[in-house]
Design a binder for this molecule. Sequence first.
Ligand SMILES: *Cc1c(COP(=O)(O)O)cnc(C)c1O
Length: 305
Amino acid sequence: MNQIKKLKINLSEAITQSLNLDDFNEKNCQADILRIDKIHPIISGNKWFKLKYNIESALEQKYTTILTFGGAYSNHIIAVATLANELGLKSIGIIRGEKPKELSHTLKSAKENGMQLKFISREDFKNRNSESYNKSLVDVYGDFYLIPEGGASAKGRKGTEEILCLANQEYSHIMCSIGTGTMYIGLVNSSKNQQIIGIPALKGIGDLLDQYSLFIKEEKKEYCKIFYDYHFGGYAKKNNELIKFMNDFFETNNIPTDFVYTAKLLYAFFDLLKKDYFPKNSKILIIHSGGLQGNLSLPANTLNF
Ligand SMILES: *Cc1c(COP(=O)(O)O)cnc(C)c1O
């Protein structure tokens, strides 16, 4: 895809960095973080991998407009807006909830990237995947290529199967954050006899492995593990302990995290390490899935980075 080459996605930026585990020497573990957050300033982290095959397909079919869904702080929305802009495509974002008096940073910059925003009620948002709603969108916007919220589709999962190719060592465990689970499923299906640990950023979501079961290869199922207790109260919820953790983690490792996903993931990693979850000599790879723009919604001076 020649057009895709126009994008300033730089996969060689996705380096692995070893975390400082000096306080845990007796555990004899190694942990590396895979910085896929660094591949692009906005289309960062797992969003690129989830969008890649969607965009390729849209371009192949000569669509000129992309339509997608998301919340006011969505990393997916800003990634789609930026990607469409860089490719010279139109984009439409259907946003959950009433239009706020002041747009979030995310929506402002989506708009600056030419995204047309439409706010719909939470009730309508629930019906966004229905045929009748889709038809009403076509009536208003004409022909468009639809990317589901969060890039959660077979194409999204396929793209995330390419993430682990960027890490060139052998690991015993791989850890990632979970929103829709698209990346988790892609990692599981592309792993090699490694345990894949998922940390959901949401609360009260039921048995995820049961929900993902159809999409996960049978022989990989025994390697799946999810810890449900690191959501800090729910999606995008945070407390002082989490913020302090983010600042301490940055001070020690010089790596920024976002409060919605990757901070909770890394908090979970250290908590599991403390609780001796990992056998001696484990080598753990943690995926830095991006999302740093979300921190702009925090009051100034909350973070030391
Ligand atoms: C969107 C996002 C996730 C969640 O990914 P899913 O594939 O939806 O589970 C995790 N981390 C970051 C930083 C994200 O932006």
